[in-house]
Design a protein around this ligand. Sequence first.
Ligand SMILES: *[C@@H]1O[C@H](CO)[C@@H](O)[C@H](O)[C@H]1NC(C)=O
Ligand SMILES: *[C@@H]1O[C@H](CO)[C@@H](O)[C@H](O)[C@H]1NC(C)=O
Ligand SMILES: *[C@@H]1O[C@H](CO)[C@@H](O)[C@H](O)[C@H]1NC(C)=O
Ligand SMILES: *[C@@H]1O[C@H](CO)[C@@H](O)[C@H](O)[C@H]1NC(C)=O
Ligand SMILES: *[C@@H]1O[C@H](CO)[C@@H](O)[C@H](O)[C@H]1NC(C)=O
Ligand SMILES: *[C@@H]1O[C@H](CO)[C@@H](O)[C@H](O)[C@H]1NC(C)=O
Length: 456
Amino acid sequence: MVARRIRLLLLPLLLLGLCSHFGAAPAGASRGHHKSKSKPSPRPAPPPPRAPAAATFDVVSFGAKGDGLTDDTKAFEASWAAACKQEGSTVVVPSGHVFLVGQISFAGPCKPNIIFQLDGTIVAPTSPKAWRSGTLQWLEFRKLAQGITIRGDGVIEGKGSAWWPSKSHLISENQTGSQLEGKMPGTRPTAVRFYGSYNVIVTGIQIRNSAKCHLKFDNCEAVQVFNLSVSSPGDSPNTDGIHLQNSANVVIHDVDLSCGDDCISIQTGCSAVYVHDVRCGPGHGISIGGLGMDGTKACVSNVTVRGVTLSNTMTGVRIKTWQGGSGSVRNIRFSDIVMKDVRTAITIDQFYCDGGRCRNQSSAVAVSDVYYTNIRGTYTDWPVYLACSDSVPCLGISLADVELEAAAAQDDSRGHDPFCWQAYGKLQAPTVPPIRCLKSNKSVDNWSSSTTEYSC
Ligand SMILES: *[C@@H]1O[C@H](CO)[C@@H](O)[C@H](O)[C@H]1NC(C)=O
Ligand SMILES: *[C@@H]1O[C@H](CO)[C@@H](O)[C@H](O)[C@H]1NC(C)=O
Ligand SMILES: *[C@@H]1O[C@H](CO)[C@@H](O)[C@H](O)[C@H]1NC(C)=O
Ligand SMILES: *[C@@H]1O[C@H](CO)[C@@H](O)[C@H](O)[C@H]1NC(C)=O
Ligand SMILES: *[C@@H]1O[C@H](CO)[C@@H](O)[C@H](O)[C@H]1NC(C)=O
Ligand SMILES: *[C@@H]1O[C@H](CO)[C@@H](O)[C@H](O)[C@H]1NC(C)=O
């Protein structure tokens, strides 16, 4: 743990050291071992870092053809294996090429701070023969505990249309291309997944048309995703933009997400998640959950979502839990949100049921301390929809500066009034429309979230 912290501190200082001739080092750079500063160092200077020539491993020099037709998977594996062995080295995927790459795992443990410089395009195979059935992800980065960065202005193209059901089942006898070779496996892969990694940065790139989720983090810590775009059609199935699970200290900012499911989906085990300056649409909005499926315990806390524009999405900002779960969702802040023609703008749904039939059950994932501040724009169906469990009410819902108007409708429908069920909290100021259905916290005094069932 201590060793990890020291490495963390050293890395930025090293980088600052390398870049300092470009201008004044930012405040804070004077800490540590910066020799040019006269201030005494608060701790002994670490030994001068070994500075190996930054090694680069270009996939083309490992035999990749980059013609979009030849399978370049082996060349990618080989350049990764080489880069993995050397601290701070870079796998280069050069621009001007299209690399056809099958399922691949860029696995650690590796030396610290490996960079994946993606300037070209990586495309997924569309031949069913290229996929083992049950493949959960296409490009996987796993067990990189000492830093992994993907950067560049390249593209990851998932060719998802080969997997998505055709829009009309009527034309299934009329299909072309890959579909003639047989069916794609039933399990659709996530395009890019990080597992069990620490200090992860993904920036600059575009991820398009994933068969399923575009970018997933599971069991990761210290994650930064910024200046990135995700795009797939609004009707492509389950194509979440960014999916987080069991991950902490995550920052996502300055990203453009258009897809067929949640733009950002925050699942169980996440805390300290900060999302800001995000554009979402089409898509299903920014969602926490669905949590507590099949009676599981779910824990999500300390999530801040600020400065998000949602256009033509199914929901805006949403918390969704299945009946029968346990655990809690706590301390969630949504602020400075702009909605344009969003179907349901503000949602808490403790009766979430995706397909199928769901029994009414008395246990639920508890939801408390949810703050909505400065939420503006237009909705088409519901401005506010707070459907909480009968037995586990939502507590501490706070709304301020909410101003939502029904979108100009083609017909006469003007949307619904705000809906609340077992929702308790406080309006910090009058809202538009008025949310009269929210009850005061005080009226639930015989419910306690402190039982172990709801503690996390
Ligand atoms: C097959 O494709 C043709 C041309 O696109 C179209 O006219 C025809 O209706 C299709 N057949 C079926 C069964 O959908
Ligand atoms: C964002 O990424 C693009 C490459 O896709 C790059 O050209 C641009 O400079 C980046 N912008 C910032 C602010 O980093
Ligand atoms: C959430 O934030 C609170 C207050 O800052 C902190 O005490 C708590 O440890 C955080 N929870 C997690 C799981 O990080
Ligand atoms: C479940 O409970 C809700 C709210 O009390 C009620 O509207 C709904 O009809 C119930 N559904 C079933 C299947 O019992
Ligand atoms: C609160 O107490 C009332 C009266 O005893 C009871 O009917 C109700 O079910 C209780 N509510 C909860 C959430 O336990
Ligand atoms: C309402 O109850 C929740 C949960 O007990 C608590 O955290 C919150 O501070 C309360 N809010 C108000 C405004 O009383």
